[in-house]
Design a protein around this ligand. Sequence first.
Ligand code: TYD
Ligand code: MG
Length: 454
Amino acid sequence: MPEKKFFACLTCGYQTPRWLGRCPDCGGWNTFTEKVQREKKTVGVHANFAVSEKPCLLAEISPEEGKCFSTGIGELDRVLSGGIVPGSLVLLGGDPGIGKSTLMLQMVAQASTTGKSALYVSGEESVSQIYLRASRLKISEAKVYVVSEIDVNNIEEQVKALLPEIVIIDSIQTIINPELGSMPGSVNQVRECTIQLMRLAKSTKTSIFLVGHVTKEGILAGPRLLEHIVDTVLYFEGEKYQSFRILRSLKNRFGSTNEIGIFEMREGGLEEVSDPNVSFLMYHHLETVIGAAVVPVLEGTRPLLVEIQALVTPTGFGSPRRMTAGVDYNRVALVLAVLEKRVGLQLNSYDTYVSAVGGVKVIEPAADLAIAMAVASSFRDIAVANKMVVSGEVSLTGEIRPVYGLEKRIREAVQRGFSLFLVPGSGLNPSLFEGITIKPVYTLGQAIELALSR
Ligand code: TYD
Ligand code: MG
């Protein structure tokens, strides 16, 4: 078979017969890797591709085509905007040990109960290890094909022979195309295998889920390349030492990326948490304690009541420490600066620790006011008012800016027994709510006086 060797830039795809330190096209340094192109193979792939794509009229496309089907797991469907789209390629990322394999195995087992056929390809575990996991999850009876395989060409053959509706590749880092000659997990292998699997998904209308071990930082480095190739990127996150897991969608060609799915890792596998506010997940008391404030965070269409906690203590060393968990460090820094400059809290000789309870990550600016409130509460050593919920973005001028979906947030908190609301002072009709107190606030200073007066 004739072989052609060349070097290609990983960033822009520029090809050259010689290795170059810097790409003349995109300017990236050290981006070239060697590639071997086998003429015969390339022709085959292109021929394949051409057959499947003939132009057709929009009106001739059947509405049934591309209609999604349920995974059998409600929280997963929610994140996938309804379910699995046939022929889609989904990347599921997350730290090792977070529960990706468990989630995928449970998904295919659930889907198989509604007659969906599935193939679970593991490049990490043997078939008997998969069986052990399945029996732990009490799904070893499920009609799911399993195989231990790392060669992407063999996987392609098996998928073409079985034609399952769902294929899981666990994980993409272990899969190789031997023709490329580079190590499994290298950027080149991961990208080429993904492209091959993408073609496979589209040509066979099989939905392929790729599991990828990536940290939050890692998803920006190596597998970031994959984000552009795949249709959907899901990220499974949670604190290692807590049982709650949150599934987010970072990209979705078929729907919104706002929704999150919440699971709990138990003895028998992942369980859905469909009403997180009832469980002790986010907050644990209506009676407030010093250094805590509750904010209704709106994740997609579902409000979550999250308790923000802060601890402010005198600095032992020269410069004050700031630490955060579950909240954005930069937002905390901004809120602290506003508290210092606009409200006059002398925080510069105090260490400040801020965290969101329950292992949830809060990224919304609507949580600013709760962060400020928790910090001010700890600093002044006064608990915030009872049964109080706060929501609002803090601007650099110390004003409280409106947040979207305020009514929905308030309704959820009312249901959970909260009755006092400090909210941005515009755009809400207080007569919508009975039996509760809504206090509009315009500046951070005013909000703190209202919340922290005994
Ligand atoms: P796993 O799905 O293997 O993680 P990943 O594929 O993301 O690396 O999950 C591993 C962790 O989950 C492991 O620490 C044990 C825990 N676990 C349970 O708590 N209960 C279970 O039923 C299973 C299967 C795993
Ligand atoms: Mg795994």
